[in-house]
Write a protein that binds this ligand. Structure first.
Ligand code: NI
Length: 180
């Protein structure tokens, strides 16, 4: 297993469309395992392949609370089959938008179809934070970030702050490289 670098927004690689996986083979299982390890280390409750620079429709999720047994889920080609009429609002964050959070409204429950790590087709009904998390991760596969669901004013404020943070980090890194 290996830790993968997580891409921070704004970055054009986070805005691209990811391609379906033909089948879950050893290569995809390795990607799923590396993504899960990267997500736990971050720490986060979900991660999508484009966040680690891989434009494939693969996501990992674990919404177990602290103290509960881990509930890792690894999904290829996840898709929303149907959603509830009712919406729910949840304060979302994202490993590609570190330290930023905003209320996002989404359908409260969703039926999800996906291929599991054994290459078998599955369907589950998700609600609560699991529904939020899976919908958030599927968005990533279509180049959509949670800030795309909020007002432009708030989105631009968050992206401006992240741009500034990335510039500072790059400056710091080049300074350290010069010293070394
Ligand atoms: Ni995210």
């Amino acid at each position: 297993m290996a830790l993968l670098p997580i891409i921070v927004a704004p970055d054009p690689r986070l805005k691209r469309l990811s391609l379906p996986v033909e089948q879950v083979d050893d290569e995809i299982r390795q990607l799923m395992d590396d993504m899960l390890e990267t997500m736990y280390k971050a720490p986060g409750i979900g991660l999508a392949a484009p966040q680690v620079g891989v434009l494939k429709r693969v996501i990992v999720v674990d919404v177990a609370r602290e103290g509960e047994d881990p509930q890792p889920m690894q999904m290829a080609n996840p898709e929303i089959v149907s959603v509830s009429d009712g919406d729910a609002s949840y304060e979302e964050g994202c490993l590609s938008l570190p330290e930023h959070f905003a209320e996002v409204v989404r359908p409260a429950t969703a039926r999800i179809r996906y291929i599991d790590r054994n290459n078998e087709l599955r369907e589950i009904d998700a609600d609560g934070i699991l529904a939020v998390c899976i919908q958030h991760e599927i968005d990533h596969l279509d180049g959509i970030l949670f800030v795309d669901h909020i007002t432009a004013l708030k989105r631009n404020m968050i992206l401006r702050k992240l741009t500034k943070l990335k510039k500072e980090q790059a400056r710091q890194a080049s300074k350290e490289a010069a010293v070394a």
